[in-house]
Ligand binder design. Structure first.
Ligand code: GTP
Ligand code: MG
Length: 198
């Protein structure tokens, strides 16, 4: 898919205030610091469309971006970040959950997983919750530039085995690096194919 335009639309913490347009929407979710905002910038080939940081907890709101004037990308706050206060963490979780429960325009969520790490309970729990709520998702392994190819393969295989303990099949997944541009065509083509089927 060719990206002809990518523009920030709005940030907010209330799903009821998200854009009313009936456009297909794809959301990026995962642990804080996993690389959600960086991935959006990489896909759009725009350095600072979404705000990124080396410190976890950078994205704190629901951020809508309109792509090719046709569909939305949504950058969300991370989950599983211990350093924000307990009360504000709860608020994040509540509006993130509400976003997924209520946003009818949502076509698919990408759950981002750092390819370096072993399967984490918080991600497993989140995907379980997505499944129970019948919210379609795919997995994106991030930061592939940090590992050698055979280590990536090994970790993805281990991840698949872990998923198969609770899921009938491994969801569609992608391996990406925002710093190297790895996986860009694959993710964008996947979105395009889905958009064409809607
Ligand atoms: P929150 O908004 O805090 O939830 O984080 P996020 O998931 O949006 O992560 P963000 O994109 O801000 O990136 C976090 C850190 O990881 C930054 O220092 C990025 O430069 C780094 N990073 C993101 N993607 C990659 C990648 O593909 N490779 C490498 N080496 N670093 C990455
Ligand atoms: Mg972010």
């Amino acid at each position: 898919m060719k990206i002809t335009s990518a523009e920030f639309v709005v940030s907010n913490s209330d799903v009821a205030k998200c854009p009313k347009d009936q456009l297909a929407e794809y959301a990026f979710i995962g642990r804080s610091n996993v690389g959600k905002s960086s991935l959006i910038n990489m896909l759009m080939q725009r350095k600072s469309l979404a705000k990124t940081s080396g410190r976890p907890g950078k994205t704190q709101l629901i951020n809508h971006f309109i792509i090719n004037k046709e569909w939305f990308l949504v950058d969300l706050p991370g989950y599983g970040y211990a350093r924000v206060s307990k009360s504000s963490k709860k608020v994040f979780q509540k509006f993130i959950t509400q976003y997924f429960e209520k946003r009818q325009q949502l076509v698919l969520a990408f759950v981002l997983i750092d390819c370096r790490h072993e399967p984490q309970k918080v991600d497993m729990d989140f995907m379980q919750w997505m499944g129970e709520n019948q919210i379609p998702f795919s997995i994106i392994f991030t930061k592939a530039d940090k590992l050698k190819p055979n280590a990536i393969t090994r970790n993805v295989e281990a991840y698949t085995q872990k998923m198969l303990e609770t899921w009938e099949e491994m969801p569609q997944y992608f391996i990406t690096s925002s710093s190297k541009g790895i996986g860009r065509d694959e993710v964008l083509n996947y979105i395009q194919i889905i958009n064409e089927q809607l």
